[in-house]
Design a protein around this ligand. Structure first.
Ligand SMILES: [Zn+2]
Length: 246
């Protein structure tokens, strides 16, 4: 194998290690983010519950005012009933009084129903707040773990970045650009091994995408140091260092 491909393979190895480390760092950061999202959802739920408690409470207050007005009216009817002289007027007042009493009871039921809802919402709010407190503690803990993890890996990351720079310096600029572009396209995997599909036949596929590779490219790779990309997936092709008999 030529020097360029050797350098590229070394670069790929370092790239993989670096990406693994970065993934470890990112996965811890993502856990913090997931927990933060739960916090903001709970905060939103608490705000919504608070709002519905306020509205229900206002409804209960209005019913209570209605009930008081009705009670005052009932009181006046009772007084009028005591003063009345005619049976007809007495009967009419009594009918009105009974109707008002029934209305007052209905309003009382409505007040109780609304107050029941307020209690339920308050219970929900307390539960959300208790969960929020736990999530806040969890965010703090995960943030601490992520920072400690990152600090612990910092030296290793720095070392690998230096190694990558050294390895990249050995790759011609144009080839390096191809490598980096392909890395971006294939999630860090820029290189693809040529795989011989049959022990007796000279047939090869790209290990990255499984598509056939023309024999002249395989031959060229065996004898020269030129870089060839798979025409399907554009990964940079290489042969096993032991050499493959065509
Ligand atoms: Zn391919």
């Amino acid at each position: 194998m030529g020097a360029t491909l050797d350098a590229l393979l070394r670069l790929q190895t370092i790239e993989n290690q670096l990406r693994n480390l970065n993934e470890k760092i990112l996965s811890k950061r993502r856990s913090v983010e997931v927990c933060r999202k739960r916090v903001s959802k709970l905060e939103q739920q608490i705000a919504e519950t608070h709002q519905s408690i306020k509205q229900a409470q206002a409804g209960a207050d209005r019913f209570e005012l209605d009930r008081k007005a009705k009670e005052e009216h009932i009181q006046k009817l009772k007084e009028a009933l005591n003063r009345t002289k005619s049976n007809k007027e007495y009967a009419a007042l009594l009918t009105q009084l009974n109707m008002d009493k029934a209305d007052s009871l209905k309003i009382e039921d409505q007040v109780l129903a609304v107050m029941g809802r307020v209690d339920e919402e308050r219970k929900k709010e307390r539960e959300f707040k208790a969960r929020l407190e736990k999530e806040h503690a969890q965010v703090a803990e995960l943030t601490r773990v992520a920072a400690a993890n990152e600090a612990g890996l910092a030296a290793e990351v720095k070392d690998l970045e230096n190694q990558r720079a050294e390895a990249a310096a050995l790759v011609p600029l144009g080839v390096l650009q191809i490598f980096e572009k392909t890395c971006e396209k294939h999630d860090g995997e820029a290189m693809a091994l040529l795989h011989k599909t049959h022990p007796k036949r000279a047939e090869f596929v790209c290990n990255g995408c499984n598509m056939a590779i023309p024999l002249e490219i395989v031959n060229a790779l065996q004898s020269g140091d030129k870089v060839y990309q798979c025409q399907t997936c554009s990964r940079i092709l290489f042969l096993e260092s032991s050499g493959i008999a065509v």
